[in-house]
Ligand binder design. Structure first.
Ligand code: ZN
Length: 137
């Protein structure tokens, strides 16, 4: 079993953003030389998430609106008594979850036809990191 670890730095212009990560993860997989195993893609933050779904702009808009309904931006979160203003971003992160595992077969992401990896930012405009760990042989 071999491991190959890299870190991606993301700095989104807007507070909320959905960043397609599949090409960068594929580049890391190629570099690792690992042909069979899995890849962990994990946001190193509590106000961001990583998910697998369609790279379709209408769906991304729907996800944004759905998360805003479930965890609306709101000044009245208890968390804001600490001086922070990102209570909704923590809740959105919990809905999306912070990481995914993707299978690797024959040196490729073993995805269904429409599966893509996304980084979901809920409190951006600053440097955030994602760890990508390839495991296998
Ligand atoms: Zn916070």
């Amino acid at each position: 079993m071999k491991f190959h670890t890299e870190y991606l730095t993301l700095h989104t212009k807007s507070r909320h953003a959905y960043v397609h990560l599949t090409p960068q993860v594929e580049t890391i997989l190629k570099k690792s030389g690992i042909k069979d195993g899995m890849i962990l893609v994990s946001a190193m933050h509590i106000t961001a998430g990583v998910y697998v779904n369609d790279n379709e702009s209408g769906l991304i808009e729907d996800i944004e609106q759905w998360l805003e309904k479930l965890a609306p931006a709101n000044p009245n979160y208890q968390h804001h008594q600490t001086g922070e203003d990102n209570g909704d971003a923590h809740l959105k992160s919990m809905i999306v979850h912070h990481q995914v595992i993707v299978p690797v077969t024959s040196g490729k992401l073993d995805f269904g036809p429409w599966q893509r990896i996304f980084y979901a930012e809920f409190d951006g405009q600053r440097d955030k990191r994602v760890i990508v760990k390839v495991m296998g042989e």
